[in-house]
Design a protein around this ligand. Structure first.
Ligand SMILES: Cc1cc2nc3c(=O)[nH]c(=O)nc-3n(C[C@H](O)[C@H](O)[C@H](O)COP(=O)(O)O)c2cc1C
Length: 230
């Protein structure tokens, strides 16, 4: 690295960012208080993250495996969670869509740093059915529906102007009409979890890690709870 680049990085305070040692809080996650069902525990922590002001508490990092075996990840928003699993919406022809078609197993990571908490969920992924995807699509703002219709997510495009022209053309097509149909390529996925890890930061890096795991196909009560070393 050149001296000039080195000096600029120091000016920006990168050294401070890289070498800070925050000591994580006094909160505890133990076997006595954790819910017996990880989805119930997840609901508790999501509600707390939201109530305690975590920005976009439902944002999660989705990790997938590309058809050629390359791992990839990106943020998506959790749009539903119940006994059947965790739901998100996207373009099924995007990079993640192609990855999930080839390897329908994924990991979701909720990075609630401000609370010294992290949840990591792994499971098998199915398509959400058309009826459910339609219902979610219908509730999206008009502008979001136009943008998703105009954009072939993850495909290259020559310029911002081309993208905006595609949006303008659709806006003209749908002028005065709110019925922007859901593109066939756009829809939901549901991840059915078989491993859920709850991580609570503790002082001196002696963190709490509780993992729920179940054999594929086990019933809802079939969770095994295990503590991992930090
Ligand atoms: C806070 C946040 C929320 C996002 N939510 C979504 C989402 O719900 N669905 C989606 O397709 N992309 C969402 N994105 C964009 C994705 O991170 C990503 O850029 C896009 O889906 C293309 O990913 P891919 O090329 O790996 O398929 C979000 C990004 C951020 C930063």
């Amino acid at each position: 690295m050149s001296d000039a680049v080195d000096a600029e990085r120091l000016d920006r305070g990168i050294e401070h960012a890289l070498h800070r040692h925050s000591d994580y809080g006094a909160e505890v996650l133990d076997e006595e208080h954790v819910a017996s069902d990880p989805l119930v525990q997840f609901d508790r922590w999501l509600a707390e993250a939201d109530a305690r002001g975590v920005y976009e508490a439902n944002a999660m990092v989705l990790a997938t495996v590309d058809p050629d075996g390359t791992p990839s990840s990106r943020t998506v928003l959790l749009r539903g969670v119940d006994d059947r699993g965790f739901v998100f919406y996207t373009d099924r022809e995007s990079r993640k869509g192609r990855a999930l078609a080839a390897h329908p197993t994924a990991t979701l990571l909720f990075p609630w740093y401000a609370l010294h908490r992290q949840v990591i969920v792994t499971g098998d992924v199915d398509l959400v059915d058309d009826e459910e995807s339609d219902a979610y699509w219908a509730g999206r703002p008009y502008g979001s529906r136009i943008s998703a219709s105009a954009s072939r997510q993850s495909q290259p495009i020559g310029s911002r102007a081309e993208l905006e022209a595609a949006v303008a053309a659709l806006e003209e097509q749908y002028a005065g009409v709110d019925e922007v149909g859901r593109p066939e390529r756009w829809g939901g996925y549901r991840l059915r979890p078989w491993r859920v890890e709850f991580w609570q930061g503790r002082t001196s890096r002696l963190h709490d890690r509780l993992v729920f795991a179940r054999e594929p196909g086990a019933d809802a009560a079939g969770w095994r709870l295990e503590r991992l070393q930090p």
